[in-house]
Design a protein around this ligand. Structure first.
Ligand SMILES: Cc1ncc(COP(=O)(O)O)c(C=O)c1O
Length: 501
């Protein structure tokens, strides 16, 4: 969080609630707070938290301090949150976490290898488990919680819209969807937005758009008519788990149990134009899917020559260039869009993870020539672009798109890489510290899982990537310098513990 960021004129703050705890209320009038609360209580005044104060609606969590700030003007949010960020007490004893994990095993389909902790609440870049242990969150829900946990602007937008209208389906118009689309289009290469709910759905939609675009010269409704339909993706890529996106995804262990895959997919080597040229073929290829910076694949940026070359190959072959910016888009690289690092525009771009700061959302941004082929009924989703998600996403977008915020992401990324080189670089198991912005990877010459587990025991949440040999760090974009330094230090200690130099 850049310290000078104003909250914005009407940005209210609502978060950090508690049950048996006092309400700390600030002197800003709120449309949601009853007259007993409205503008009457001065800063730091404490009163018992009661139903009458209007702060109970869905915002109270055990073990938390409670705060409501509405219509705040130019508040220094960092200082504001620091004041409130007190160690959180345990909400339960150890037996509670054990019971949750046992019930999870019994009732939830076992498709995840979860870490053995039960998270209870978060604030900024910190989360606490149910036993009161504090963690600095360098995972951020896999690059999702861009504004951290319980960001007051985010929470306020969510509550504000929940109070009005959460969901309508796409049978009707709603303003928040249009507002979000307007932001995405006016701040990118694109002319249109399509909304969905996840990253894999965004890629699934882009596959359909590409296939229909490629059939534009023929009668698209003639089942006997053929057109270019092949899709190209790259080694180490990750595009999602549903059948279309999965067919583009690299890792065989994700694909093989679900064979046969969608036909017509070609694989080339990432950052290797010669390899790409062999499979991007005029009359065959409909679209090329590429991540400007690979995340899951190991935190690997594309080279500028590669993306420029792909653009040329696509233009020559009459194919679409599609960027998957589900992980690297929207500020994570220190640019609004990852591809701005390269100055090469796509025909389509897929987005998801950070877009609504923790609510499920996905989007495809399209150039007009692609948008032109899609007609009502060609694609859709019940939940997509609902007012709750879109209104909240507008708030996330407005914070991230601020150039000074993006500059701060860049500076934090530099700081994190420098700190990691300092604390881990001397260990012979570290081959490279790399990445852009706050998408950072530490390449090891061994499996990274042991280090990630040891770091977790010491209060740092991180994830792996690549072949399991990369420590991936994708913290909230609002992480503080002190948290970065602590994280790097603890990761250094965790590595020494697991693999002494
Ligand atoms: C680049 C990229 N594309 C697509 C996806 C799939 O997104 P989701 O898990 O929301 O379906 C991911 C998820 O990690 C991703 O990193």
């Amino acid at each position: 969080m850049h310290a000078s960021s104003p909250l914005g004129v009407a940005a209210g703050v609502a978060a950090l609630a508690t049950s048996a705890t006092p309400c700390v209320r600030y002197p800003f009038p709120s449309p949601h707070v009853s007259p007993t609360c409205s503008g009457q209580t001065m800063l730091n005044a404490k009163q018992p938290h009661t139903a009458a104060c209007g702060l109970t609606r869905g915002r109270c969590r055990p073990g938390r301090q409670s705060l409501i700030v509405r219509n705040a003007l130019a508040v220094d949010l960092t200082a504001f949150l620091k004041k409130l960020c007190k160690p959180s007490p345990a909400t339960h004893d150890a037996s509670y976490a054990k019971k949750i994990m046992a019930d999870e095993a019994q009732y939830v389909l076992q498709t995840y290898a979860r870490a053995p902790l039960v998270l209870s609440h978060g604030l900024g870049s910190k989360v606490w488990d149910t036993e009161g242990r504090e963690y600095i969150d360098f995972a951020a829900g896999i690059a999702v919680n861009a504004l951290g946990h319980s960001d007051p602007r985010w929470a306020s937008a969510l509550v504000e819209q929940a109070d009005k209208l959460a969901h309508t389906s796409n049978l009707y118009h709603t303003a928040p969807q249009v507002e979000l689309a307007k932001r995405l289009v006016t701040n990118s290469f694109a002319d249109k937005t399509f909304f969905c709910n996840t990253g894999t759905e965004a890629n699934e939609a882009a596959i359909k758009f590409a296939r229909k675009w490629a059939r534009a010269g023929i009668d698209p409704y003639d089942p006997s008519a053929t057109a270019p339909h092949e899709l190209v993706s790259f080694t180490s890529c990750f595009h999602g788990r549903t059948m279309g996106a999965l067919a583009l995804t690299y890792k065989e262990q994700y694909r093989t149990p679900f064979l046969p895959m969608m036909p017509g997919c070609q694989l080339a080597t990432y950052n290797d134009l010669e390899s790409a040229a062999k499979v991007i073929v005029k009359g065959k290829t409909a679209a090329v899917f590429v991540e400007p910076v690979q995340g899951e694949g190991g935190v690997t940026p594309a080279t500028a020559a590669f993306l420029k070359g792909l653009r040329k190959l696509c233009d020559e072959a009459g194919a679409l260039l599609v960027y998957d910016e589900v992980q690297c888009g929207l500020g994570r690289t220190g640019k609004l869009w990852g591809h701005e690092l390269y100055g090469v525009e796509p025909d389509m771009m897929t987005l998801a993870k950070p877009l609504a700061g923790g609510l499920p959302v996905g989007a495809v941004l399209l150039k007009q020539h692609v948008a032109d082929v899609m007609k009502p009924g060609d694609h859709g989703s019940t939940f997509a672009g609902n007012p709750l998600v879109c209104h909240t996403a507008c708030t996330v977008f407005d914070v991230i798109a601020d150039p000074s915020f993006l500059r701060s992401v860049n500076a934090k990324g530099e700081r994190l890489r420098a700190a990691l080189r300092r604390t881990m670089g001397n260990n012979p198991h570290v081959k490279e510290v790399r990445g852009v912005g706050l998408l950072v990877g530490v390449q090891l010459d061994m499996q990274a899982g042991g280090v990630v587990n040891a770091a977790r025991d010491m209060g740092i949440l991180a994830i792996t990537a690549g072949k399991g040999d990369v420590i991936r760090l994708v913290p909230p974009l609002v992480i503080t310098d002190a948290e970065i330094d602590t994280g790097a230090e603890v990761l250094g200690k965790a590595l020494t513990k697991v693999a002494p130099a």
